[in-house]
Design a protein around this ligand. Structure first.
Ligand SMILES: [Ca+2]
Length: 297
C-alpha cells in the first residue's frame, strides 16, 4: 500500500479539514497508509484539534509534527477549539515533534518509497531539504528525499497567470523563500494543483448537520460548502495519477520568486514539475468529493 505524509496549514481555512476527511476515508478503505502529519502553521489548538479530528474519524496513532515557529495570524478558529476536545495524546503543540525531525524520522524509517502531500506552507519541507545529517540519519535532507520520496503532490500556485501570487507560495516572507527553495532543490517530481483549479469547485454542501466536519465548515462560515483546493489535491494524491484523477497536465519547470512569491512555469518535456488542468466541468469534481466525504451518520 502507498504511504503518504500529509503537510497542512491546519488553521485559518477549513478546506484542510475536508482534505483530511478524504485521506481518512482512504485509510479506512485501505487505499493508503497515512504515516504522519506535519502542521506548518502554529495556532494554539493546531496539534490537539488535528488529533481530535483523526480520533473522530477512527484513524489512530498517526504521529503529528509541527513548526512551532510557523505563522500564527492570531486567530482562534472555533472548529479547532471544539475538535481539541477529542484529542488524547496531543494536548498542546508542545506534545508534537518538530516537523523537520518528524519528516526525517519517517523517511529514514520507511521501508519503501513515501509520497508527500502538502496543502499548506512550504517552510517545513524546505527545512527538510536544507537539513544536514543528524542522529536520525547521516543523509542530508536532499539525499533522504531522493532515496525515500517517490513524489510530492502540492496545492500551490496560480498557473493560469504568469507572475501570479497564490496564498501558500506568498502569504509571508518565510513562505516566499521556502517556495523558492522547493522549486529549486526538490530532487523528486512535484505535481501542483493551483488555486484556479479548486476555487470554483464547492464541496461540503451536502453534509449532515450533526457531522463534526459540517460543524467545522459552519464555524468557518462555509456551511454551504467551501472551495476545494486542498481536498482536490488530497484526492489527486490518493488516486496517484493525474489522468485517472480527471486532469490534463503541463510538464516543465516551476519557479517562485523568493522576494515576493510570484510563480512562473517554463514548459519542457524533461521537467520535474507538472501542474494540472481540469478535464471536466466543476460539478464532476464536486460530486466526486461530496460522495467521498459524505456523512457517516
Ligand atoms: Ca491549506
Amino acid at each position: 500500500m502507498r504511504s503518504i505524509i500529509f503537510g497542512t496549514d491546519w488553521g485559518e481555512d477549513c478546506d484542510d479539514v475536508v482534505a483530511l476527511r478524504v485521506l481518512c476515508r482512504s485509510v479506512k478503505e485501505e487505499k493508503i497508509n497515512l504515516i504522519g502529519v506535519v502542521i506548518n502553521d502554529a495556532i494554539d489548538y493546531s496539534a490537539s484539534s488535528l488529533e481530535g479530528f483523526l480520533n473522530k474519524e477512527g484513524v489512530y496513532n498517526v504521529p503529528i509534527g509541527i513548526d512551532k515557529s510557523g505563522a500564527n495570524f492570531g486567530s482562534h478558529p472555533t472548529y479547532q477549539i471544539k475538535l481539541s476536545e477529542f484529542s488524547k495524546n496531543y494536548k498542546s503543540n508542545d506534545d508534537a515533534e518538530n516537523g523537520i525531525r518528524l519528516y526525517r524520522r519517517l523517511l529514514a524509517n520507511a521501508k519503501g518509497k513515501v509520497e508527500i502531500l502538502e496543502v499548506g506552507f512550504l517552510q517545513v519541507l524546505a527545512g527538510l531539504l536544507e537539513s544536514e545529517g543528524d542522529d536520525i540519519s547521516s543523509l542530508t535532507g536532499v539525499e533522504l528525499v531522493k532515496e525515500k520520496v517517490e513524489k510530492v503532490w502540492c496545492m500551490a500556485g496560480k498557473w493560469h497567470e504568469d507572475g501570479g501570487r497564490e496564498y501558500n507560495f506568498s502569504r509571508t516572507s518565510v513562505a516566499c523563500k521556502a517556495s523558492y527553495v522547493i522549486c529549486e532543490k526538490c530532487p523528486v517530481p512535484i505535481t501542483f494543483l493551483g488555486w484556479e483549479i479548486g476555487n470554483s469547485v464547492i464541496s461540503g454542501s451536502k453534509l449532515d448537520k450533526n457531522d463534526y466536519l459540517y460543524q467545522a465548515l459552519y464555524d468557518h462560515g462555509s456551511e454551504n460548502g467551501r472551495s476545494s483546493w486542498d481536498p482536490m489535491t488530497a484526492l489527486l494524491a490518493v488516486i496517484g495519477d493525474e489522468e485517472k484523477a480527471g486532469y490534463d497536465y503541463v510538464v516543465g519547470t516551476a519557479c517562485v520568486e523568493a522576494e515576493n512569491g510570484k510563480n512562473h512555469f517554463t514548459p519542457s518535456s524533461d521537467g520535474m514539475h507538472k501542474y494540472v488542468i481540469k478535464k471536466f466541468d466543476d460539478i464532476y469534481y464536486q460530486n466526486q468529493l461530496d460522495d467521498i466525504i459524505k456523512s457517516d451518520i
